[in-house]
Ligand binder design. Sequence first.
Ligand code: NAP
Length: 491
Amino acid sequence: MPISTPFLSQSAFLEGLPIIGGVCAATTEQVIPVLNPATGETITVIPRLGASEAMRAIKYNVEALQSWRCLAAAERAGMLQAWRGLIIQSRDDLARLMTAEQGKPLSEARGEIDYAAGFVEWFAEEARRTYGEIIPSARDRRILVIKQPVGVVGAITPWNFPAAMITRKVAPALASGCTVTLKASELTPLTAFALARLALEAGIPPGVFNVIAGDAPEIGSVLTSHPDVAKFTFTGSTAVGKVLTAQCATTLKRVSMELGGNAPLIVFDDADLDVAVAGAITSKFRNTGQTCICANRILVQDGIHDRFAEALAARVAEFRVGNGLEGDTDQGPLITPAAYRKVRDHVDDAVRHGARVVTGGQHHDAGELFHQPTVLVGATEAMRLAGEETFGPVAPLFRFKSEAEALALANRTRSGLAAYAFTRDMDRFWRMAEALEFGMVAINTGVVSTETAPFGGIRESGLGREGSRHGIAEYLELKTISLGLSGQVQA
Ligand code: NAP
């Protein structure tokens, strides 16, 4: 069934793709089909852009930068608030567009639009709080520190959160006075184009925020090497993040990286069973298991293991799986055949190595890219799913005996994004919070993301933080001004 939203039915939206400086910029006959992963149907086609369009987009950014950075912070904040207002006003249409191209259930898509709008609002407010400092110094000098926008920003975002991963970067960049060229994922470009169109409608001048999509390595190589791009920010896999970081070295750009995770979720014997099950469901199965902070390894202590496995499997077996645009669903499709294949391989490999399927474990007949929500017990470190992100609806349970054993197992990864622990012991709460080697630790909850808190990882999960008051610092340079003073108070 073809999807209809005002975004797709208005010719300005389709003809204006991609939005570069507010005008249609395609110079190529090549197109990319945008597919609905739930049905395999083509939603629409978009121009397949490359290096020359990326260069043009950067040129527009450079031209727009001077007047944008010179606006009063309150003026930029006003336009960001207007953008946020239009995003909220278009919530249902944006959510339908997102579900169509990404597959997540409509209720989750609506939630993501609110989450995405939350970043715009937060950074509109932060725009006016980029305070400097005056540092007491020698008798004849004063030191002033001011914060200035870094300049033109290149950004690349993934398909799993087609709106929020964009506003988490673009809102602080624009708030601080930077201009941005963003390459959206070719799998989910329509939500990105819709956001850019709403930004124009909100009064953000053409050229300040450009969105393109197409040949990823070609566009990526321009964004990471162009001398006019001062800062590069990426969300995606660790493997691609490393390549792009290396590319940025030639012009030594400021770099932020939000990369892959391998989150442990630890359930101790003293946990509240219901809270732990609810937390595991939220953390593991959001977006059909396709989030960077999804619990990838669920470590369960001996004494609670069997009750936890049974309760989790009972909840998971009740999930409604299907096309997010049709009726109430809890779980959608995987994004691509490769993503589906990886989930199948992880399950097969785990079973081969001795895991037992408690529920699920097979293809789901809702469509080609659907997999049954799955709970496995008997997972071990010999299995692929212990060392790689499964990025799908598979919850493997690892059994452990002691706190020390759980901690060692949890920390045994090169990733360091998010970790979860469930316990009612306050001392253990502190021990876990401090000893888990991750950028974010959630205790007794499956939720860590909010615009108000710093989001980011350590080790191979990335560099820098997004969200919170720290998120805008990624787009600001400190400048030191040394002010000489002469004379004394005149008699
Ligand atoms: P990916 O393959 O790294 O793709 C992410 C983005 O990079 C997409 O826009 C993609 O473009 C682009 N890309 C791919 N190869 C490129 C290259 N050689 N040069 C320039 N750009 C390139 O990651 P994914 O599989 O789509 O996304 C899932 C990964 O992202 C997971 O590892 C997940 O953990 C991570 N993630 C991290 C966070 C975080 O905040 N830490 C948040 C969400 C996701 P095309 O899609 O157009 O090919």
